[in-house]
Design a binder for this molecule. Structure first.
Ligand SMILES: Nc1ncnc2c1ncn2[C@@H]1O[C@H](COP(=O)(O)OP(=O)(O)OP(=O)(O)O)[C@@H](O)[C@H]1O
Length: 958
């Protein structure tokens, strides 16, 4: 693709600034549409398009140029990297927007350097039954495959085994570690990366996309039993889908494997197939949002690590919900344990979360100055790794410097553009995005605050670089003095007296980092919440509606590093629970079933890890409970914690203590022994945001920051509605007065004068007021009342002003909108539950109606571009908050449990794991085990040692 105006013909990869982004909105690009067999002799047809050009329009132009038969029906298919997988675009989809989500490499290759045929648009013809016509080749191909299978069955063709490998390891004549490895290696060399072990799918990450994900394969695996065909990830998705429909039971697919083994990639294939299966090739609204949600979650939750340049630093469970008929109706994302420590510290050769680098590389000049952005190397939270390198190679600082902030083949500017677009796709308006980036900048500046001792004699501290404070206070919109106090002193109550105690030097750094980590994780929670809101379907709110679901769990694999700490302990505990679930299903339940049916069966010994799970989590003396006890005890230390572990569990076969006096303990996990250092265990387990910091942030004038501190989304939403009302009223009246004043030269107090002259006002066209007016209309329609019985101190807006009316094109609701969501809202009944509701009195109602009339009549008025986002409302917010009740991370981070102490991090993690296990327990499971073919990430290279050592290696699970 190339942009023809604006002078950035190198493709969208070169568009990085806001100003350029503005031009980019109107730029004309060239789409290359490949007609394939529909126009023999034409490789591709260049079609000019803008960001808003629809697929239907692009097809029209293409048909015109190629003079194709217009009586036929055509669609545009987007082919993405994974070996030719095709995504059919809806007529209203915008191909340029899809293309903007492609990685820069794809766009560059497109501009002529060759080899980039992976990403492209194809012109496809649609058959009468709605299926896609593949020019006969698919049918032929399927026939050949089928024929081949029949001939093999009849013995006319050699069996697969003759080639020396088995598609199912259970069929191996001899089951040894050697034979398993030989079989996997042999298959891998034939580019067969998938192998079954019974019903379990093993994937060996080839680090190169193979052409096995295109529609031929989608079709081929449709409605076959597992094992009928060559193993494939699509086969698992397909079997789960049909089992859900036939047995009317929820299904789940559990993906495991070490970092870089391909879990996330497998999840992507599964989700695409699971949504595509029910869509007959068309991307639904849900699929679109899932499509946008991926890059957003990735930018905020992934980072470069030593093992994987794009490693997910959080676990996720994506649940695709279906109607009884089997069509997708919505989805839900649950996240587990975002790695917070990465925000303030990274190991050598690792980076902070991607989004920081994207922002610093891609922000426009305007954004740079608004957020006071610097270079990455000037931020403490990003440059610690550089400093390490610096110490090693002082003389070649600049080389090392560049290496640390970019990854080979990466274009951060392009990634920033892509992120912005993805955020737009999940419904984040420009103002919301600005709030998010401003918060990220505040976090970076916060990290630059350094402390020093005031004097040698006492412990009191000061900030070395006070010039940073105004920047942070400006970005967070808090008072500078309050910020200084919160960062240097602690307020405590002792016998009714309020004490202000200065932090010690080491403490202050922890407080600063804790504030940064908590802000970031609250932001991440907020993003997940908003994505879930976008993925929510109206019908999910109806209790009677029957939902079936298929969940895909992509959770961090087993970890054993040189230094293991609290995070690894939690992660490995989660893996123990999953291994237990796996054992239950694969061995125990199956054997019990055989025995119940009277089938003679020799029980297979498997490693039962119940003992290890009990050691870690069984009340009252398990390690996690002892940790909680010691975390609550002010005099305790990590050493007393270790002593407690020893006293309580000495002699337990699952725990050992190093012979030398080392502050560590060793757990015998199912996947091997891991040594954990107890340093920081207590601190990490109670990593809550301090009350002083919460109070500071709640004092922010910025509704978005306050919103992050809000624990009750429905309540904060109502406050947002109220605020919007007053904002609109005040603005409307004030502007009216000003206008009359200008015209008559004296103050016009009478509202009628305002109304008479308001037609020409432009202030109403400001997005904030448009939104306020729309919100007000909704209030009116919901019969809210304007006068609150008692005005409490606002809990603040959850969403900030710009997010309240982000709405879905599906809603189709205008000012006087009927039907759609509006219908749902008025029938929701949520308003009646409210005490002290909001009443629209008749004067303000008239005022607003008039204002709206003006707004709508004005010929300059343009409706906002419709966004793939649901309208927020109390009922859906309540629904979502209930779904995430178990996950009280944000709540506890903010220390909002007034009476009780907030639950510890490990307690919250256990609660979310329990919920996950409950969901899995109610589903029929499938297991996908991912293995890294080599540690160097080389394409199609099989390293025996690496594969056999993998915790997902069949020997260690079977
Ligand atoms: N099936 C596949 N075909 C081709 N390449 C793959 C495949 N699966 C994974 N990869 C490559 O391997 C890289 C690492 O995979 P992925 O990020 O999915 O690993 P992961 O197990 O999720 O790692 P982490 O636990 O660190 O998040 C991907 O960026 C991709 O380049």
């Amino acid at each position: 693709m190339s942009a023809r105006d604006g002078g950035h013909g190198g493709g969208i990869g070169g568009v990085g600034t806001l100003g350029r982004r503005g031009r980019y909105e109107d730029s004309e690009f060239t789409l290359r549409i490949y007609p394939g067999s529909l126009a023999e002799g034409t490789i591709y047809c260049p079609v000019s398009a803008r960001k808003s050009t629809t697929a239907a329009e692009a097809i029209e132009r293409c048909l015109e140029r190629l003079r194709l038969d217009r009586d036929r029906c055509y669609v545009l298919a987007e082919v993405k990297e994974f070996g030719g997988e095709e995504w059919i675009l809806n007529p209203s989809d915008c191909p340029v927007q899809r293309m903007m989500l492609w990685p820069r490499g794809a766009l560059e290759q497109r501009s002529g350097s060759g080899g980039g045929e992976d990403y492209r648009f194809l012109l496809r013809q649609k058959n009468l039954d709605g299926s896609i016509h593949y020019g006969g080749s698919l049918q032929m191909w399927l026939r050949v495959t089928e024929e081949r299978r029949r001939m093999t069955e009849r013995g006319l063709l050699p069996q697969e085994e003759v080639r020396g490998d088995h598609a199912d390891l259970c069929c191996l004549p001899e089951l040894t570690e050697r034979s398993l490895l030989d079989n996997l290696r042999s298959r891998f060399r034939q580019e067969r990366i998938y192998t079954y072990v019974g019903s379990i799918l093993i994937v060996i990450n080839p680090f190169q996309f193979l052409p096995i994900y295109n529609p031929k394969y989608v079709k081929m695996y449709d409605n076959h039993a597992l094992g009928d065909l060559e193993p494939h990830i699509y086969a698992v998705a397909d079997v789960a889908y049909h089992a859900m429909l036939q047995r009317r039971r929820n299904q789940c697919i559990v993906i495991s494997g070490e970092s870089g083994s391909g879990k996330t990639q497998s999840t992507n294939f599964l989700i695409h197939h699971l949504t595509a299966l029910s869509q007959k090739g068309f991307a639904s609204g849900v699929e679109q949002i899932i499509l946008g949600a991926g890059p957003v979650l990735e930018a905020f939750g992934n980072a470069k690590t030593a093992h994987n340049n794009n490693s997910s630093r959080f676990g996720k469970f994506i649940q695709v919900n279906y109607q009884e008929s089997g069509t997708v109706r919505g989805a839900y994302v649950e996240k587990y344990l975002l790695e917070k420590s990465r925000l303030v510290y990274q190991e050598h050769n690792e980076r902070n979360y991607h989004v920081f680098y994207y922002l610093l590389a891609g922000a426009s000049e305007e954004e740079r100055s608004a957020f006071h952005l610097k270079k990455p190397e000037e931020y403490h939270y990003l440059n610690q790794m550089t400093k390490k390198v610096l110490r090693l190679h002082w003389e070649n600082y600049y080389e090392s410097d560049a290496d640390c902030f970019t990854v080979e083949g990466e274009d951060l500017k392009h990634d920033f553009e892509r992120l912005q677009l993805a955020m737009e796709m999940v419904g984040f308006l420009p103002a919301t995005r600005k709030q998010i980036f401003s918060l990220l900048s505040a976090i970076l500046h916060l990290g630059n605050i350094r402390y020093k001792k005031k004097t040698y004699r006492d412990d009191s501290i000061d900030i070395c670089n006070p010039e940073v404070l105004p920047t942070v206070s400006e970005l967070l919109e808090v008072k500078e003095e309050m910020l200084f106090e919160a960062l240097t002193t602690r307020k405590t109550m002792t016998v009714g007296e309020r004490l202000i105690v200065p932090y010690k030097l080491a403490e202050a750094g922890t407080v600063r980092d804790s504030m940064a980590k908590s802000l970031y994780s609250a932001l991440f929670d907020w993003i997940v919440f908003r994505i879930n809101h976008a993925l929510l379907n109206n019908r999910d709110l109806e209790e009677s509606a029957k939902i079936f679901s298929i969940g895909v769990l992509d959770i961090f694999g087993f970890e054993d590093y040189e230094n293991n700490s609290f995070e690894q302990f939690c992660i490995n505990f989660a893996n123990e629970r999953l291994q237990h679930y796996f054992n239950q299903h694969i061995f125990k339940l199956e054997q019990e079933e055989y025995r119940a049916e009277g089938i003679s069966w020799h029980n297979i010994d498997y490693i039962d890890n119940t003992g290890c799970i009990n050691l870690i989590s069984k009340k009252p003396t398990a390690l996690l409970h002892l940790l909680d006890e010691e975390s609550n005890f002010p005099q305790a230390s990590n050493q007393t914690l270790l002593d407690k572990f020893k006293r309580q569990h000495e002699g337990n076969g699952y725990i050992e203590f190093p012979a030398v006096m080392e502050p560590a303990f060793i757990i015998r996990h199912y996947a091997g022994k891991v040594k954990y250092g107890v340093k920081d265990f207590r601190e990490k387990n109670t990593d809550h945001m301090r009350p002083d910091i919460v109070a500071l942030l709640k004092s922010s004038k910025n509704a978005f920051i306050c919103g992050l501190m809000g624990i009750d989304p429905p309540a904060t939403f109502r406050w947002a509605v109220l605020r919007a009302f007053f904002r609109a009223m005040v603005a409307f009246r004030e502007s009216g007065k000003r206008h009359v004043h200008r015209k008559t030269g004296h103050d016009a107090a009478a509202p009628c004068a305002v109304l008479c002259s308001v037609d020409s006002f432009s202030f109403l066209h400001h997005p904030v007021h448009q939104r306020s007016l729309e919100i007000l209309q909704r209030c009116k329609e919901e019969k809210y009342s304007v006068v609150r019985k008692s005005l409490r101190t606002p809990l603040s807006d959850l969403q900030g002003s710009n997010t309240l009316n982000e709405k879905s094109p599906r809603d189709g609701v205008g000012w006087n909108g009927r039907g759609g969501r509006q219908g749902r809202l008025s029938s929701s009944g949520s308003n009646t539950e409210e005490d002290g509701g909001i009443f629209v009195n008749s004067t303000s109602s008239k005022l607003l109606e008039r204002a709206h009339g003006i707004l709508m009549r004005n010929k300059n008025y343009k409706s906002k571009p419709s966004l793939p986002k649901h309208l927020l409302d109390v009922k859906s917010l309540k629904y979502l908050s209930n779904l995430t009740l178990h996950d009280r991370i944000t709540k506890s981070l903010l220390h909002l449990h007034k009476k009780k102490k907030p639950p510890s991090i490990s307690a919250q993690f256990q609660a979310s794991l329990n919920k996950l296990m409950e969901t899995l327990g109610q589903s029929e499971p499938y297991f996908v085990k991912c293995i890294r073919s080599n540690a160097e990430k080389l394409p199609l290279r099989f390293n025996d040692g690496g594969c056999a050592r993998s915790p997902a290696y069949p020997c260690s699970v079977a």
